[in-house]
Design a protein around this ligand. Sequence first.
Ligand code: LLP
Length: 421
Amino acid sequence: MDHFLYRDGALYAEDVPISEIAAAVGTPFYVYSTATLLRHFQLFDDALDGTDHLVCYAMKAASNQAILKTLAQAGAGMDVVSGGEYLRAKAAGVPGDKIVFSGVGKTADEIRTALSGGIRQFNVESEPEMEVINTIALELGVVAPITVRVNPDVDAKTHAKIATGKSENKFGIPIARASEVYAHAASLPGLEVIGIDVHIGSQLTELEPFEMAYTKVAELTEKLRSEGHNIRRLDLGGGLGIPYTRANDAPPLPVEYGALIKKTLGHLGCEIEIEPGRLIAGNAGLMVSKVIYVKSGEGRDFLILDGAMNDLIRPAMYEAHHDIVAVNEPAPGVEQQPYDIVGPVCETGDTFAKQRNMPPLAPGDLVVFRSAGAYGAVMSSEYNTRPLIPEVLVHGDQFAVIRERPSFDEIINRDTIPEWL
Ligand code: LLP
C-alpha cells in the first residue's frame, strides 16, 4: 500500500496534488511519501517483533539524506556499500553503531573512514579484504567487528543482473569454505568475529530461496559455534520483492518473511539484522514526467516524455516494468489506446514501455511512473547533459525539495580544460 491516490480525479502524494508540485519544481522529478517510507519500515520492524533485531535500510535504494533521516528517526540502522554512503549516513545523523558496511570491494580508504567514524560491523566478502581490515584496525588501535558473507549457492529466481547467491556470482565466500575462513578471521587480532552475513539477491517474489539460504545459515551457525566461534549476530540481507504491477503481483509480505526468519533461525538466540532497500523505498516514490509530443509512427503512436532513461534506467537495464498512469484520472469508460512511451535520449533503449494502454494524452499532460522510489534517482545520470532531476519529499500537506535541479552552468563548469588547450 502507498499514499499516492486519486482524489476528485487528480493524483495526490499524501495530501498534496502532484500537479501542484509539478508547477512549483518543473518536470521531471521524483517525489517520495514520508508516510509510505515509514509504513514500510514499520512493517519490517513489526515482523521481527519479539526478536532482538535491527532493520538496516539498504540506502543504495534511495539515499537522499532527508529519506535517511526520516527512517533513522523511526529507529532504522543503515546498510552502506561505499565510503560515500557511509559519510552520507553519518551526515544524516545515523550513529556509527547503527551502520553496517557491505560491498564486495571495500578499499583501504573506505575501511579507514568507517573504522575511524565508528561502525556496527563490516560484512566481509573475501580473505584479502579481511586482511586489510585487520591491518587498518591494528594501525588505528581498534578492533573491527565483522561477519563473513557466505554464498549459499541458492537460486534467488530473480533477474540475472540482481541475483547474488549462486556460486558463480562474485559475492561472499563459498559456504563450503566457511570453517577455514572463520578460523583465519579468528586468528587476526584486529578482528572480532561476531556473526554471519548472507544476501542472495533482489526483487525476490517467493520465500523459498530465503528459506533455503537461511536454513543453511542456521546449520552453519551451529557448526561454527561447535568450532569455538561466538556467533551471535545474523545479517540476512535484503531482497524481498515489491508488486510492480498493481493488477497481478503479490510477493510475500514482510510479516510472512519475518515468520520465516523466526522459524528457520529463531532457536539460535542470535540478534537478527535485515537490509531491505526496495521494499521500503520502491513504492514510496514516483517519477513524474510531462508529455512533450505525441507522434504518429508506423502503425504506432509514441508518447514522448521529458523524462528519459538517464532519469530512470530500470526499464532499459533490467527490462523492468513500471506502471505509468496519468495524473488526471481518466473519466470512467474512457477508451484506452496503446502507446510506445519513450524519452528524448538518442537511443532506442530509451523506451519505458511498448504498446502500453493509456488514456488519450496530449502535450503538457503529466504522467507518473509508479514504484520508482528504489533504484530510481540513485541510478540516474547526466547523459545527454540532462540535469539530475529534483527530489521532493511530501509529509502530509507539506512538501519540500530535498535535492535541487542543478543549473546548466553548474554542470558545465564542473569540467576543467587543460592548459594546453
Ligand atoms: N544488502 C545487500 C548486500 C545488497 O547488495 C542489496 C541490494 C540489498 C541489501 C538491498 O536489496 P533490496 O531489499 O533492495 O532488494 N538496481 C537494481 C537492484 C540492485 C540491488 C543490489 N543489492 C534494480 O533496480 O532492480
